[in-house]
Design a protein. Structure first.
Length: 180
């Protein structure tokens, strides 16, 4: 009878110990990764390559070559009826020509974050707050008229790629059409 009582007590102690240690050793549920959840709710809208003339003293002195893409809210983009590409082009013309954000005499003074936030604010004011989550500058280069002439000459084996203003981000995701 004593053996049976001690065996029952031993089983209870082992069971309670196992439950206690399993609760202590179990990991807390993984915290919800807000960054991953936020990115999951976004869609890449690829911009197209555009060429913006630089006019100085009434004459074209060169061209900006640019490509800007956006990370946009999937839910909000479904309701957009305006053409995203044209709005992007308009915003880039305003920033690069109207506001003269790029001073070609000081190429190192270009503020990429200010450029991105200006595009984002402009797009969100036109399309609705929170639509554009992130602006991705893939390319922003400058080619002078002389560079273009030299590159066009038939004997030039090493064309001048121009002045790189921004080292763009590489986007590997396939282009997804915007739902507008």
């Amino acid at each position: 009878m004593v053996k049976l009582l001690l065996t029952g007590l031993w089983v209870c102690i082992v069971t309670l110990g196992a439950v206690y240690f399993s609760v202590q050793m179990s990991a807390a549920p993984a915290p919800v990764d807000e960054e991953a959840r936020r990115k999951e709710m976004q869609e890449l809208v690829r911009g197209e390559s555009i060429t913006i003339p630089v006019i100085s003293n009434g004459a074209i002195t060169g061209y900006f070559l640019s490509r800007v893409s956006f990370m946009m809210d999937k839910e909000k983009i479904r309701n957009v009826k305006l053409p995203i590409t044209e709005l992007t082009t308009d915003g880039l013309f305003t920033l690069l020509i109207g506001n003269k954000m790029v001073d070609l005499s000081k190429p190192g003074a270009f503020d990429l974050e200010k450029f991105r936030s200006s595009i984002k604010d402009d797009m969100n004011s036109k399309l609705g707050e929170g639509l554009v989550a992130e602006v991705l500058v893939e390319q922003l280069d400058y080619l002078s008229k002389e560079d273009i002439r030299n590159n066009a000459s038939r004997g030039n084996k090493n064309p001048n790629p121009g002045q790189k203003i921004v080292e763009g981000v590489k986007i590997d995701a396939p282009a997804q059409p915007a739902a507008h």
